[in-house]
Write a protein that binds this ligand. Sequence first.
Ligand code: GAP
Length: 511
Amino acid sequence: MAESNSADLMDKIVSLCKRRGFIFQSSEIYGGINGFWDYGPLGVELRKNIRDCWWNDMVRRRDDVVGLESSIIMHSKVWEASGHVGGFTDPMVDCKVSKQRFRADQIFFSAVVVDGKNVGYVTVLESERIAEELQEKAETFKRKKAIQGKLEPVQPRDFTEAKSEEIPLIPSPATGEPGSLTPPRAFNMMFETYVGALRDESAVAYLRPETAQGMFVDFKAILDTGRVKIPFGIAQVGKSFRNEITPRNFIFRSREFEQMEMEYFIADDDDWAKWHRYWIDWCRDWLVSVGIPASALSEYNHPKEKLAFYSKGTTDLMFKYPFGVQELWGIAARGDYDLTQHSKASGQPMEYFDDVKKKRYVPHVIEPAVGVDRILLAILCSAYCEDQAPDEKGKMETRTVLKFHPRIAPIKVAVFPLLKNKPELVKKAQEARDLLRPYMTVFYDEAGAIGRRYRRQDEVGTPFGVTIDFDTLGEKGPELADTVTLRERDTMKQERVKISDLPGILLPRVR
Ligand code: GAP
């Protein structure tokens, strides 16, 4: 990851994504819509590569995981049974003056205590430095009010922990003044819609907030048709929708995003902790295989008292984003809760007959659930790099490079004829492009100085560049005819290879 892992790293990444066609704000010409993003030509390729790698490794290369693509809108009873209608909420707080809306668990406050006496409150929004920022604000508060005495260290709490008598005294993060924050209210994050022509209660449906329920609802159908045996998994990739109160940090928390989830069903008496560990390790290794450094990853075990009653354990793989260490991938041991809920609500048995153990039971499940967009952002943050490289005249300049793992890079190889006005060079370059195109994404570029063309590809993370020059035409002797320079993005090293050898050299390196 780039060393300048600071606030402006995020700005640089966002600006590069827009400038080079990875990611745009949705509906930008109308002023944009908060929490929704569009993926441009390079973004689409990057997303597709992430998805394909996951699908290949999770489904196609395993005997024990099968795929599913369930519908986005399902029967509303699915969401009643799963607990989402009743409980998929975030605590929401409004500022009556600024009309801004916050998630209560992202507002942090502390009493300002001087000589043991509570003299007021200070507030900050969630950040990497909550305690430090609160302490600084407490000191400013004391100084501005000219309060004498010893300021005690702040005790940060989030707004869900505020007592009712404290709420009117806590300053709004928007105005800095107390008295305008409402008590937290539960806000259901599911988007509602209506199915059919009638707009009444019976027609209410929801855009799915997770793909997981499709796997539970179709469990029986897959069991009956899929020739699967416990332990086995069902995997799905698809869009999910959450009406997040505060979408933020670029694509990290959006209202429309894509999930890659897998439900791994195990026997009721199997060692769930062993499988939980297995999937945590699998997910970590997979992230490393697509170019996320192990050093940027850590594990967070949800404390027992914060787990849902049915959950045996949840571990999040955390990534060090520029805006802080945040959840990337959740791996949850959910017991038999989901299948049991759907069995009760639908009246359909969700049991498995184990012909080895000669018994019938409701399987338990381990669920690795991740967002494509969060992986994509982690990959961008890991790949972004600025180094020094010589320009056309040999003068050193700053080079921006996305050091994507070749598996993930949107374009695998760029092909350049040295000059665009030499038909023989162009013809050879097009031959090389056409030779490679069946195997990988190739970008053909004949515009501008060769150094600038390399830089343009470095900036979008293309791992290899192929240049067709006069040597290719045999002008320096027949031994060089039909050879090209192959340039490697990170080292900028160049080697001379035969055009006909290019697929054989590049294929193993980009797969
Ligand atoms: N089925 C379990 C489930 O959905 P989750 O922790 O709510 O669990 C799983 O979501 C993953 O989906 C998260 O770890 C994250 O990668 C991604 N995710 C969740 N909410 C998201 C959002 N608003 N924007 C982008 N990604 C999100």
